[in-house]
Design a protein around this ligand. Structure first.
Ligand SMILES: [Cu+2]
Length: 673
């Protein structure tokens, strides 16, 4: 119909060349109005998320992808083109990043429930929702990679095409030991420029992994100063020569160097300890109720990477990654989240019989209201499997192969045994860094030793409110005192045990969304035994030692110290249980029995009183019709495959009638799509 109409108008113009000039002008104006409408129609159509079609291929660790010069060049050049796309294109880097949070507008003209971001956090949908999200990013990037391949001369075209066909987005394994002699943040993310040899030769360009350049910044990026920042910024510092705020990636690396072992321990503990999807995937407190051994989640651990890479300094109180609603614009978001998706995939191989259960949406977002009950059949809006509007559900993406990729640890031959071996090698206490310990005179954390008979595990458990403040905040644990003169020095202090970052956003002002996290203490305590400062790891000796030495601080956005007992909902406690060594390389150590709270260690310290779980931390859920009316899941009643699919139909454009008008609003014709 549209094609025919264009033809008619073109024919009309051609056969009436005696028409007055003004008449030609009107026809031309109408033509351009129709083209605009056609463009809108195209955008109203659903965009199928398929991942990259063709050969099933692995997503590689960024430092391994870089070893393949051709694929690395295509990735970098493709990212540069991707970021340069018009910000009004729904498949541009800008618009796909904008799905996550700000700007609070809809995407691809889909109907919205609230003017808000789309990512579900503090929810069992946290892991599954980000899976098609990453695949959409990956396939949109691939379109640009293909454009780079098309610039190759005929003589090398097939070589570049072959490299592109198996290219997938890389992940950054921030918990693993970095390559020998390197810091924890890859230079590929930190360098301002990058030199690659692509299909048309060697070139040096602005590194697309260093920052995203807004063109232009939107007014809906959270107000001043984000609406004036022309790029994303990590750990902002003032460059007085340039009169501008800049990224401090050196500090990003230093903070990771001081915190990686603690983050590694959290990841390891999550793999070895929790066999329930709801407990392990989300930081929502309700999902952990009833399981004293589960105080952590992959979501909470993920929050800490956001907080570390964004930093809590500068005129906005932090960098882009520090704010939930801006984080996806920073290129490191995609490397970080590919790793979180990989943790999801690896965990699934070890735990194939537990999956998304019933869970409550804890904050209003673009597609849902707070309090709604969701499950594994909930449409993961806005991601559709086809162009007709069939949304993905968590059931569709249980396997990464549904989106045509896998990870090195989850290839077709992977078993629970092989993934456990990989986890032990990558994150077990034998995973020692070869990073030069004397670099810049910095004192780096003790890296731990394998579990011995009679050992105990010790955790500093943290309960708090996600939106206690008007932005993110961090709990930092130390042995001994720290000076309050320069809080930024805390992140790399020699007596730092670890941090727990809470990723939030502005404008959520003290709404009560209870979450959990933890800071592992065991490795640090082992180090103190190694230096003779602590006699042994028995609970008796440890409780006395920690009572004397364990301290903590809370730092919120803007580098502001908050007394711990003034943080709404904050409770800290130390828990312990005996640990049995693993019996084989493909088995995990066992935490024996139920963790016991050592209340005397924290008693009398600010916020040092253990948390007692309320019956239902989020209140009574409101069930949409057709949804299962199960209680909020606890460790004992999580159905991973509810029998009643949720009644939430997708939207369908086939019932829409689109009316075409000219620039003056005069009706031209209508079309059913
Ligand atoms: Cu995230």
């Amino acid at each position: 119909m549209l094609v025919a109409f264009f033809f008619f108008l073109n024919a009309a113009v051609a056969s009436h060349d005696h028409l007055h000039h003004k008449r030609d002008h009107v026809v031309a104006a109408r033509l351009s109005a129709i083209e605009e409408k056609a463009d809108l129609l195209k955008r109203a159509n659903y965009i199928a998320t398929t991942g990259i079609k063709g050969t099933l291929s692995p997503r590689l660790e960024i430092r391994n992808l870089k070893k393949n010069a051709d694929q690395w060049a295509l990735y970098i050049l493709g990212m540069a083109k991707f970021q340069a796309m018009s910000q009004s294109d729904p498949l541009s880097y800008y618009q796909i990043a904008g799905i996550h949070g700000r700007p609070f507008v809809t995407w691809n003209q889909l109907p919205e429930v609230n003017a808000a971001g789309m990512c579900p956090h503090v929810s069992t949908l946290f892991w599954p929702w980000h899976r098609p999200y990453l695949a959409m990013f990956e396939q949109a990037l691939f379109t640009q990679v293909q454009a780079v391949v098309n610039t190759a001369p005929a003589s090398t075209k097939s070589r570049w095409q072959n490299a592109a066909n198996t290219l997938r987005i890389p992940y950054w394994d921030w918990a693993a030991v970095p390559p020998s002699g390197e810091g924890d943040v890859p230079t590929a993310i930190r360098d301002q420029t990058v030199t690659v040899t692509g299909p048309t030769g060697t070139q040096t360009l602005k590194n697309p992994l260093y920052q995203y350049t807004f063109h232009p910044p939107s007014n809906d990026l959270g107000g001043s100063p984000f609406n004036t920042w022309t790029t994303t910024i990590r750990r902002p510092y003032r460059d007085n020569d340039q009169q501008a705020w800049r990224s401090n990636n050196g500090e990003f690396d230093s903070v990771m160097n001081s915190n990686r072992v603690s983050l590694r321990d959290r990841v390891y503990n999550l793999f070895i300890n929790n066999a329930n999807f709801a407990q392990v995937s989300t930081e929502a407190t309700g999902t952990n109720t009833g399981n004293p051994n589960s105080h952590d989640s992959f979501e909470s651990t993920h929050d800490s990477i956001h907080v570390i890479s964004g930093g809590d300094t500068g005129p906005a109180g932090g960098g882009d990654m520090y704010y939930l609603d801006l984080s996806a614009f920073d290129p490191v978001f995609w490397l970080h989240h590919a790793n979180v998706d990989r943790q999801f995939a690896m965990w699934q191989v070890i735990n194939p019989n537990t999956y998304v259960g019933n869970g409550i949406i804890t904050q209003n977002n673009w597609q849902w209201n707070s309090g709604e009950m969701k499950n594994s059949y909930t449409p993961l809006k806005p991601f559709t499997k086809d162009t007709k509007g069939t949304y993905f559900t968590s059931m569709d993406i249980r396997k990464t192969t549904a989106l045509n990729y896998y990870y090195p640890e989850t290839n077709s031959g992977a078993t629970a045994s092989s993934v456990k071996s990989a986890v032990n090698t990558l994150y077990g206490p034998n995973s020692k860094s070869t990073f030069k310990r004397d670099v810049a005179g910095r004192s780096l954390p003790y890296e731990g030793r394998p579990v011995r008979q009679g050992d105990h595990e010790y955790l500093l458990t943290i309960n708090c409110h996600k939106f206690a403040f008007d932005g993110s905040y961090t709990i930092l644990a130390f042995l001994g005192n720290v000076s309050d003169a320069n809080p930024q020095a805390w992140y790399t202090a020699p007596n730092l045990i670890g941090i727990n970052g809470v990723l939030a956003m502005k404008g959520m002002g003290n709404s009560t969304v209870p979450i959990e996290g933890c800071i592992p203490l065991t490795t640090t305590l082992q180090g103190k035994v190694a230096t003779g400062e602590l006699e042994d790891l028995t609970p008796y000796k440890v409780s006395h030692y920690l009572k004397q030495h364990l301290t903590w601080r809370v730092l919120r956005y803007g580098n502001v110290v908050v007394p711990a007992d003034e943080v709404p909902g904050l409770h800290l406690a130390v828990s312990t249980c005996p640990v049995e060594p693993a019996k084989a390389a493909d088995e995990f150590p066992t935490w024996v029995g139920t963790m016991q709270i050592m209340a005397n260690v924290t008693a009398g310290k600010p916020a040092g009183n253990p948390w007692t779980p309320p019956a239902n931390p989020y209140g009574t859920p409101s069930s949409p019709s057709g949804a299962p009316s199960a209680p909020y899941p606890t460790s004992s009643n999580v159905p991973w495959n509810p029998s009643v699919p949720e009644d939430e139909p997708g939207y369908c454009v086939s019932h829409q009638t689109i009316e075409y008008v000219d620039q003056d609003g005069n009706f031209l014709y209508s079309e059913k799509s």
